[in-house]
Design a protein around this ligand. Structure first.
Ligand code: SAM
Length: 231
């Protein structure tokens, strides 16, 4: 059995945090990095490094994490490069000049994040294999009352409370431009005092048809060799 060390995920059971990813979301990102062996990660918005610690724990030791933030962010270990500045100024040289495996967007300014996306795409370090992850794309439950989740910002929209608009808008834009989206969202009925809200994470990848060689396809189908491994 693989001995996963998740002791860095320390939130209380209700995961009522403002800023970092919630632990369930961190767990998903951890699994994504492990499953796809993502080694080169760019985090936009580092804050107190909760998310960065999770990326570093999930990555192979030869991976590299870049965190850009307008404020100073602590570099946690030798393969964690922190960049102070606004993300729209980032160039491919700042992130090693070779393609990134994952870009994580978490600072809520549309123009700056889209400028970064366009610039790094034009420079080839965001390419068709780069996975994009955007935080805060879910709606919080709409109900008012004593058990209602905190409402520090945002606005009511159909189906819930939109605590952040920017990453939702980015998902819409990038889907219009051809990305596939997996939205890790909840509906209001899935919440109660044990988990009052889910901030929400969306994973975007560019679609790809899977090459199946000379195989006839579902109706004529046999495997190319006839007796391939199953699983
Ligand atoms: C929600 S917090 C990030 C939380 C972090 N990803 C985590 O999981 O712990 C947003 C961060 O974005 C930073 N920020 C604000 N404007 C920025 C900009 N133009 N470029 C980069 N970072 C920015 C803020 O300083 C703040 O630390």
């Amino acid at each position: 059995m693989v001995a996963y060390d998740l002791t860095h995920l320390t939130q209380p059971d209700h995961q009522l945090v403002a800023g970092p990813v919630q632990d369930d979301e961190a767990l998903f990102l951890y699994a994504l990095i492990r499953c796809m062996r993502l080694r080169r990660i760019l985090e936009i918005g580092g804050a107190d490094s909760y998310g960065a610690r999770n990326f570093l724990k999930a990555m192979e030791p030869d991976g590299m994490l870049y965190t850009v933030d307008v404020r100073h962010t602590l570099a946690l270990q030798s393969n964690h490069t922190t960049i102070i500045g606004s993300c729209e100024a980032l160039t491919s040289r700042d992130v090693g000049g070779v393609p990134l495996d994952l870009v994580f967007f978490d600072f809520h300014v549309y123009a700056a994040q889209m400028t970064l996306f366009r610039n790094l795409s034009a420079e080839g370090v965001i390419d068709r294999n780069t996975v994009l992850a955007l935080h805060d794309t879910n709606l919080h439950p709409p109900a008012d009352g004593p058990d209602a989740p905190p409402r520090q910002w945002g606005s009511a929209v159909e189906g819930g409370w939109m605590h952040q608009a920017v990453e939702r808008q980015m998902v819409n834009t990038l889907r219009d431009e051809g990305y596939d989206a997996l939205m890790l969202h909840t509906t209001p009925d899935r919440h109660d005092s044990r988990l009052p809200l889910r901030h929400g994470l969306t994973i975007l990848t560019l679609p790809r048809r899977l090459d199946i060689g000379e195989t006839a396809g579902p109706s004529g189908g046999s495997t190319p060799t006839g007796t391939g491994p199953t699983g």
